[in-house]
Design a protein around this ligand. Structure first.
Ligand code: SAH
Length: 251
């Protein structure tokens, strides 16, 4: 049996209770060493076989799993954040399906949720934005043209950019060309929820300068949007003048 487990965004105690239990029970752990906090490995039992997938190919990962299966062992494949976001899990699922190996998925706290907590920000504010776009800039990995930053920026919703700190000059230009004003608030969160977390607040206009001056090349998220601004309407859900299925209006 293989369990794909979301490790959470960084802090050791942000893994789910289920994920921690699966890690404790695992005979074999394959973890994404480039991003998963290695301190999470302290949950594993003595004698657990540990592999760092940062140095492995998909084929090698599958070989480790196949061997463990043959020996009747349980494997945890530990991915950073939640594995559904840039996790490269689909290809692993398909290999396991083909081999008839049973697997399941345990969700994790994605870094975009970890970052919201660190920023004390609500991404979906009434009258500001009710949409969160999760995307990335095109780099060595292409992005479909219809999902270009310019096209997505036209919505001026909250936007969370993964894997995008290396091309911020173009990103800044595209965000503005697409529709965000230069003064739209931006936060760059380095290693959200890790002990070494750092938060840099700027605007779309000063994004590139902020990223380069602070040498933010890795493990950072760029969050764009007026959800980090001053203006918003309070929610109707908790308004005394609003009736819900649980509460009568008192006005
Ligand atoms: N599955 C992961 C994302 C993997 S892609 C998740 O759900 O969070 C790797 C990218 O995620 C990094 O380049 C960075 O942009 C972002 N990232 C992952 N962990 C992060 C963290 N703790 N703080 C900021 N960004 C993070």
């Amino acid at each position: 049996m293989v369990h794909f487990v979301g490790a959470g965004s960084g802090a050791v105690d942000l893994i789910t209770v289920r994920g921690a239990r699966l890690l404790k029970e695992a005979d074999v752990v394959i973890y994404a060493g480039s991003l998963v906090n290695p301190a999470l490995l302290s949950y594993t039992k003595e004698g657990c076989e540990i592999h760092d997938s940062a140095r492995m190919t998909l084929e090698q990962v599958i070989e480790v799993i196949k061997k463990a299966e043959k020996e009747g062992k349980t494997t945890v494949r530990l991915h950073t954040g939640d594995s559904s976001i840039y996790g490269a899990v689909r290809e692993q699922f398909d290999c396991l399906e083909e081999l008839g190996i049973d697997y399941d998925v345990c969700p994790g706290v994605s870094s975009f949720c970890g970052a919201a907590a660190s920023l004390k920000t609500e991404y979906t504010l009434p009258d500001v934005s009710q949409t969160v776009i999760i995307t990335r800039t095109a780099g060595r990995t292409p992005v479909p043209e219809r999902e270009s930053i310019r096209a997505l920026a036209s919505h001026r919703s909250t936007m969370v950019l993964f894997l995008s700190t290396s091309l911020t000059e173009q990103l800044q230009e595209d965000l503005m060309a697409g529709g965000y004003s230069g003064s739209t608030p931006v936060a760059v969160v380095y290693k959200a929820t890790w002990p070494e977390e750092e938060i840099f607040r700027c605007t779309v206009e000063t994004l590139h300068k902020t990223v380069t001056e602070n040498r933010l090349t890795k493990t950072a998220l760029i969050i764009v949007g007026n959800c980090m601004g001053e203006q918003y309407q309070r929610s109707r859900l908790y308004h005394p003048g609003f009736t819900t299925g649980f509460r009568e209006s008192s006005e």
